[in-house]
Write a protein that binds this ligand. Structure first.
Ligand SMILES: C[S@@+](CC[C@H](N)C(=O)[O-])C[C@H]1O[C@@H](n2cnc3c(N)ncnc32)[C@H](O)[C@@H]1O
Length: 231
């Protein structure tokens, strides 16, 4: 994939930042953010001082509550968060500071650029929680989960790695299942007919899930596993 600017359709900027948020953006963000190498692949473990054995990636972390909760729980693992919305990035910075998290790194650009640059089989987990559903048919091409991004995920996830996806849009749920079930690199870890209706206890909630429930929309929780890579 082209390593120039990706196609991101959502907002990058929202309300003006508070002075504290601006200060975190100026001082903390440069310490935890990273850019991609101009050439060659990125070994995600090299982003962390402790060189963690297990690396997880969250795509579109929003305000970062899921990422921060996992990073607090598993301080020995490395967590990479990808988000393009500045308001969300500074909220995660606040959690990093308050919880003293040293195991989060931020890629503040299109997740597809990162996926295209990562070393093969370098991720042990990937999360895509409530990606923008783009409900209008003419906008479907904007959806994050295309065959191309699934191929990138398959390439960067190690054998046995788990991919977790949530959505509150029944039509997007269907589209996600159709894509994932047709993809040779993944299989669905559903343990029963109602499995996907409840969030597993080790899966922290997000702001968007709360919004969905408040609006009486049903969230769905999907878990897939990366099969053994071919040849
Ligand atoms: C509906 S929000 C969900 C946020 C969060 N996951 C949650 O559950 O609260 C989707 C997020 O994905 C981000 N996003 C969309 N496209 C992206 C991309 N290509 N790379 C990284 N982040 C992206 C948006 O900026 C937005 O914050």
């Amino acid at each position: 994939m082209d390593r120039g600017r990706g196609l991101v359709y959502g907002r990058r900027r929202g309300r003006a930042l508070s002075p504290l948020q601006r200060a975190r953006r100026e001082t903390l963000l440069p310490r935890v953010a990273f850019t991609l190498p101009i050439e060659g692949r990125l070994d995600p473990r090299s982003l962390f001082t402790a060189s963690p054995r297990r690396i997880a990636l969250e795509i579109g972390f929003g305000a970062g509550e899921h990422l921060a909760a996992l990073a607090e729980r598993e301080r020995e693992a490395g967590f990479i968060g990808c988000e393009v919305f500045e308001g969300g990035i500074v909220r995660l910075l606040g959690q990093i500071e308050r919880k003293n998290l040293t195991n989060i790194r931020i890629f503040a650009d299109d997740a597809r650029l990162l996926l295209a640059a990562l070393e093969p089989s370098s991720l042990d987990r990937a999360f895509l929680l409530f990606p923008d559903p783009w409900p209008k048919r003419r906008h479907h091409k904007r959806r994050f989960l295309s065959r191309e991004t699934l191929d990138l995920l398959a390439h960067t996830m190690s054998e046995g790695a788990e991919l977790r996806i949530a959505t509150d849009d029944p039509l997007y749920l269907r589209a996600i299942l159709v894509r994932l079930l047709a993809h040779p690199a993944f299989f669905w870890l559903a343990s029963g007919p109602s499995d996907w209706r409840s969030r597993p206890s080790d899966w922290p909630p997000t702001r968007y899930e709360e919004k969905a429930r408040a609006a009486l929309r049903t969230p769905f929780f999907l878990r897939f596993q990366r099969r053994q890579p071919r040849g």
